[in-house]
Design a protein around this ligand. Structure first.
Ligand code: GTP
Ligand code: MG
Length: 469
């Protein structure tokens, strides 16, 4: 996908989902232009591809733990099939779409969708499981759904995790998904009161998650707690799961216990049902809260990332480029001077020995020829020196900052006059443009604040609405 195509698609999706970001994307275009012109960014690349525009919430967990049921409930419509045998055998990426019907597309469609943060998923799969990358459709599908709940985010439903019979490709995709996600919900099933049976699964999912830099983005959800009603041992079941998880080093605050009203088994004892429901409502509220916040946080993060990219180029990369160019042009000039001096010394020696000037003067053809030869030698030496000095500086820069090295190479190509490296008008102009980008992104943050924060300070105007009813 070229940057132009990407911009077109991003704008299309954003106009449906979050118009404030439409404005931010125009600044990304300016940023890209400056970075392309100065060589910091490859012409085929765009900064919009360095961040993910849609926050990703993934739902992982053991088979039949109610992942799909939870997602259907969150979306307010039956998008995923559910059932008591293993139902899902692939990852389903769920995005907003304006079609009335739920539309299902093959996994490869994700390659062309800028909302989805992993274009190279087939390569990732290929790395661990040769030959499987081309069969990415076996592992992934895309569904677009017209539900307000999914606007501005992406959900991933996953196949039930079974440590014993898991394919490498699925494990690989799972860990990639944990990496990419802004929020990960890991579902367990309270029908297994003894977490021991799930030991390997716990090991895999929780182990992978805990070692993650961003452990706070992972929520552990014990689902189907309605099934503990028969024996009235909710506290025991929760306790033993919590112990199993904390043995793996889990942060206690991220453990929740819920059940689905639609899928639950009837509870006979009304008082017990009431107690259970209270617990569930509180936990569910916190989960949904985290899910909603992800969209808001992401809007800020995209805007902040724009500012960071622009600042990085204006304040750090351009001065470093300027310094490298000065160093380069200085050395080339000194080397040029020495080489030219040597050449003239050589010519002087020729004159002294053989009376070069008299020979030349006697024959106009010879004179012209020697003139051409001397100029050619000078030019040849000059370009050799430019190249030689340039390559040495390039290699040094490459080790520290590849983008800076690229920009240096871009600005020292053979047709760039040496003197341009010592003039900084073009750099100052570009820096001013970036300052503007920073200022505009600050304004966009202001507009986001106006959009999300109601005067009372609550994040959701809807919430205020229901609360005041
Ligand atoms: N009692 C009870 N049953 C539930 C609950 N949530 C889901 N179920 C049932 O559990 C079964 C499995 O639910 P799914 O939503 O298909 O589970 P899943 O995790 O998506 O399963 P796979 O896709 O096969 O991994 C279904 O029969 C649901 O009706 C719950 O809270 N309580
Ligand atoms: Mg499922």
């Amino acid at each position: 996908m070229t940057p132009q195509e990407r911009y077109k698609k991003l704008k299309l999706h954003l106009s449906e989902e979050n118009p404030v970001l439409l404005d931010v994307i125009k600044r990304y275009e300016i940023l890209d232009k400056v970075a392309h012109n100065s060589g910091f960014l490859d012409p085929a690349d765009t900064y919009t591809a360095h961040i993910s525009w849609w926050p990703l919430i993934s739902i992982l967990g053991t088979f039949s733990s109610g992942k799909s049921t939870f997602i259907n409930q969150y979306l307010g419509m039956k998008v995923q099939s559910t059932g008591n045998q293993a139902v899902d055998d692939k990852f389903t990426v769920i995005c907003y779409g304006s079609n009335d019907e739920v539309t299902t597309l093959p996994g490869l469609a994700l390659d062309a969708d800028p909302r989805f943060p992993f274009y190279n998923i087939s390569e990732e799969v290929e790395k661990v499981d040769a030959g499987e990358g081309s069969r990415v459709n076996l592992y992934l599908q895309l569904k677009t759904v017209r539900s307000d709940a999914i606007k501005g985010k992406i959900l991933i439903d996953s196949p039930g995790f079974d440590a014993d019979s898991q394919r490498d490709a699925i494990l690989r995709i799972t860990s990639h998904i944990i990496d990419m996600s802004d929020l990960v919900l890991i579902f367990f099933d309270a029908r297994h009161p003894e977490p021991g049976a799930m030991r390997d699964t716990l090991e895999h999912l929780v182990g992978a998650a805990i070692s993650h830099r961003d452990a706070n983005k992972i929520l552990y959800i014990l689902n189907q707690i309605d099934t503990t009603a028969k024996e009235d041992n909710l506290e025991d079941v929760i306790g033993s799961w919590q112990r199993a998880l904390s043995q793996k080093g889990l942060v206690a605050g991220n453990f929740f216990a819920i059940y689905s009203d639609e899928a639950m088994v009837p509870i006979e004892d009304a008082a017990l049902e009431e107690r259970m429901k209270r617990k569930r409502d509180e936990d569910l509220r916190q989960i949904v809260d985290r899910m909603d916040k992800v969209g808001i946080e992401r809007a800020y993060r995209i805007t902040k990332a724009l500012e960071d990219f622009a600042r990085e180029i204006a304040d750090r990369k351009f001065p470093a480029l300027q310094e490298a160019l000065r160093k380069w042009s200085g050395r080339v000039m000194v080397a040029d001077f020495i080489l030219f001096a040597l050449l003239f010394a050589g010519l002087a020696a020729l004159q002294y020995q053989f009376g070069f000037v008299e020979t030349v003067a006697a024959s106009p053809i010879f004179a012209a020829l020697s003139g051409v030869v001397i100029v050619a030698v000078l030019l040849f030496l000059h370009f050799k020196v430019r190249n030689f000095v340039g390559r040495r500086i390039f290699r040094k820069l490459l080790a520290g900052d590849p983008a800076l090295a690229q920009a240096f190479a871009h600005n020292t190509r053979w047709y760039r006059p040496l003197i341009r490296a010592r003039m900084d008008g073009w750099i100052k102009r570009a820096q001013r443009e970036l300052e503007n980008v920073v200022a505009e992104s600050k304004k966009a943050i202001q507009r986001l604040n106006d959009q999300f924060v109601s005067p009372s300070g609550s994040l959701h105007s809807e919430e205020n609405h229901t609360a005041s009813k």
